[in-house]
Design a protein around this ligand. Structure first.
Ligand code: GDP
Ligand code: MN
Length: 368
């Protein structure tokens, strides 16, 4: 489960990791008692809010009231903003990146730190990220801190403070059964304080029962994901523009990988599972249509699922409801010939291989 920034910061405070002063607000009356300049930060459980316009600096109450109206209800990557965190503006001297994740291959927590903070960590070159694996049996040790900090560009005082923060963050990571704790940016202020300006925390769903203090408030799913859950369909929203409908988790993942390979980006994916029930297929397309992808990639492998039954479902949906974007179908398995005829008849683009289909989808949305 992903926490909101404000929930993550509450945990940081519990572990004595400093965060800017501020509070959660939902209307302009709640500005009372806060001092300007003030940062207004949209609360959605996803990163990249800054770029999406969900983080704004306001200089006075008039400015803040106007900005709050703009941010409230804003849609950020499928999430509607219902809460805003209002925080004192921090004067940043330097931004850093700090995180702990679980490295499943090494079966150890992985600590990462970088002097290139405040940007997407994926865009930071590997040699600028320092990594250190922590043996979970003995926990974080002084040598781990030396390994990771010895070549880090900060002075002695900051060095010591960073070490303290890393240890506290590790304690939080373990005690809250986290899959990820990330501070990006962790900043040194003009007054030489070290403050966590952002928080990103993800807790292992299977351990949530141990953390009753944080479960209650949370809503992680987007409205469409919630609707899908009610209909028993696995549906996940991502930030690309290609909608994927496949059957089985493995095939769905392989489809997303194939799209990435051809420089396309999966936007939503929907796993039909082992069903060929036309009613389910129609529901799947209804959801997909609401997600407004630029192209839909239907990738079906019919082992038990009958391809032609699915194709009939698709056709009847398109005839009844219509669909605005192109649909590329790659369909293999039981009764595939019939299925292809039906799909072509419904106006779909049919491809023979996964590669071919992925390439066509990516080209349609302007990938290479
Ligand atoms: P994200 O875009 O979802 O990761 O949201 P962040 O909380 O990380 O904010 C994005 C960026 O806004 C940060 O990297 C900072 O550069 C900037 N920012 C956020 N809060 C403050 C602040 O209090 N003072 C200043 N100067 N910049 C801020
Ligand atoms: Mn951030």
């Amino acid at each position: 489960m992903k926490l909101y920034e404000y929930q993550g910061k509450e945990l940081f405070n519990k572990y004595n990791i400093s965060t800017p002063h501020g509070r959660l607000i939902s209307n302009e009356k709640e500005f009372t008692g806060l001092s300007f300049p003030l940062m207004l930060k949209a609360q959605v459980p996803i990163g990249g809010r800054g770029k999406a316009g969900g983080i704004k600096l306001t200089k006075d109450i008039t400015d803040a009231t106007k900005t709050l109206t703009n941010i409230m209800g804003m849609n950020i990557k499928g999430y509607t903003v219902e809460k805003v965190l209002a925080e004192e503006k921090v004067d940043i001297e330097k931004e850093f990146y700090l995180s702990i994740t679980l490295d499943r291959t090494k079966q150890m927590p992985l600590l990462m730190i970088s002097a290139e903070g405040g940007v997407d960590i994926e865009s930071v070159p590997d040699h600028k990220i320092h990594s250190e694996w922590i043996n979970p049996l003995i926990g974080i040790q002084p040598f781990n801190l030396r390994q990771i900090m010895d070549h880090f560009p900060v002075d002695k005082t900051a060095y010591k403070n960073f070490c303290k923060i890393i240890s506290k963050l590790y304690a939080l990571f373990r005690e809250y059964d986290c899959e990820l704790v990330e501070i990006n940016p962790l900043v040194i202020t003009k007054n030489n304080d070290i403050i966590a300006l952002d928080s990103k925390i993800s807790i292992n769903d299977d351990a949530l029962f141990r953390h009753q203090d944080i479960t209650a408030e949370h809503t992680e799913s987007t409205p469409l994901e919630k609707e899908a859950k009610e209909k028993n369909i696995s549906f996940i929203q991502l930030d690309g523009n290609i909608g994927v409908i496949a059957n089985g988790a493995g095939l769905t993942m392989a489809t997303l990988d194939a799209l990435t390979h051809y420089h396309g980006k999966g936007g939503v994916f929907l796993d039909l599972g082992g069903t060929d029930d036309p009613e389910k297929v129609i529901q799947a397309f209804e959801l997909m249509k609401k997600a407004k992808p630029s192209v839909i990639f239907l990738n079906l492998f019919g082992g038990i699922t009958k391809c032609d039954t699915v194709a009939k479902g698709v056709k009847s949906f398109i005839e009844k409801e219509g669909i605005e974007c192109p649909v590329v179908a790659r369909i293999k398995g039981m009764n595939e010939k019939n299925a292809k005829v039906i799909l072509k008849d419904a106006g779909l683009i049919t491809a023979t291989t996964l590669q071919d289909a992925a390439k066509q989808c990516s080209t349609l949305v302007g990938g290479k």
